[in-house]
Design a protein around this ligand. Structure first.
Ligand code: TA6
Length: 276
């Protein structure tokens, strides 16, 4: 790979003092370094060499075609993040992956589709572009989300902006609908909120070395904010109990309502993470 390296599982991109690695399992970005500091959280509980079809806990998992619970015998957060994607190309700071329907996916969701996912690395920016093609003769509905684990030095010291006045479902209180009154959000307890129709840009301050991470999204109207805090984290076998202070999930998605895609049409979901 010009400007990087690739082995069977992981593609690494390097440019202008930045580096990103993407695992073919789920086309999951598992590392993004700016100024030689890691900006994404990856749980130490992961065993990347023996995933056996389980999802990677951390980085930027791609959630498709369903966010959260999908009913019995269907993988939580959809099948994209537990599928092995094909590497189409990787050069000059950009890696392109593809996932098409298979008998496995059709077993969960009986539609034909093609996903084309590109990850582009610039000196202080990481861009994720997902294009969803409906290659079937009938329309289908889906949800899509980037389950981004932002690495932070202490989740109690960050702020998140752009949510004041928005409706949100509070999953920690049985999906209770509320209106956000805070213009600057601090995470001070178990948080699992689904904000509807949020602005294109959200700033997460004081992540690493006091730096702000700017999240820009298009085709992804909603934002999920999640941190399990000290008790709930113990219910996750793929997280270590002390890791709750090391990350906040700011998840750009289209999850409050479904997207209907007509035959032959495609949908684009883009997220850009940049270090200010
Ligand atoms: O996006 C937030 C969430 O839905 C939480 O409710 C929690 O389930 C989290 O995702 C982790 O899910 P995972 O399947 O990655 O363990």
């Amino acid at each position: 790979v010009k400007g990087g390296s690739a082995d069977d599982d992981v593609v690494t991109l390097r440019t202008d003092g930045a580096e990103a690695s993407i695992h073919r399992q789920g086309a999951t970005v598992i590392s993004w370094k700016v100024g030689s500091r890691e900006r994404l959280f990856l749980s130490a509980a992961n065993k990347l060499d023996q995933l056996n079809g389980t999802h990677i806990m951390g980085g930027v998992p791609v959630v498709f075609p369903k966010f959260a619970d999908w009913g019995p015998n269907r993988p939580f957060h959809g099948f994209a993040r537990i599928s092995r994607w094909d590497l189409v190309k990787a050069e000059d700071g950009k890696a392109v992956f593809e996932l098409k329907d298979s008998e496995v996916t059709r077993g969960y969701w009986n539609h034909t589709f093609r996903l084309e996912y590109s990850v582009t690395l610039e000196s202080k920016q990481l861009r994720s572009d997902l294009r969803i093609f409906n290659t079937s003769p009938t329309k289908f509905n889906f949800e899509v989300l980037y389950h981004t684990f932002i690495r932070v030095q202490d989740v109690r010291n960050i702020t998140l902006t752009g949510l004041q006045g928005l409706e949100y479902q509070d999953k920690t209180r049985d999906f209770k609908e509320s209106t956000e009154t805070r213009d600057v959000l601090k995470i001070q307890d178990f948080t699992d909120s689904i904000y509807e129709d949020t602005p294109m840009v959200h700033n997460i301050t004081n992540t690493i070395d006091g730096q702000t991470l700017k999240l820009t999204k298009s085709g992804l109207p909603d934002l999920v904010v999640w941190n399990p805090w000290s008790e709930e984290i113990k219910t996750f076998s793929d997280l270590q109990p002390n890791e709750w202070t090391d990350f906040v999930c700011a998840e750009a998605g289209h999850v409050v309502s479904q997207i209907e895609l007509l035959p032959g049409c495609d949908y684009q979901a883009t997220q850009t993470l940049s270090i200010l």
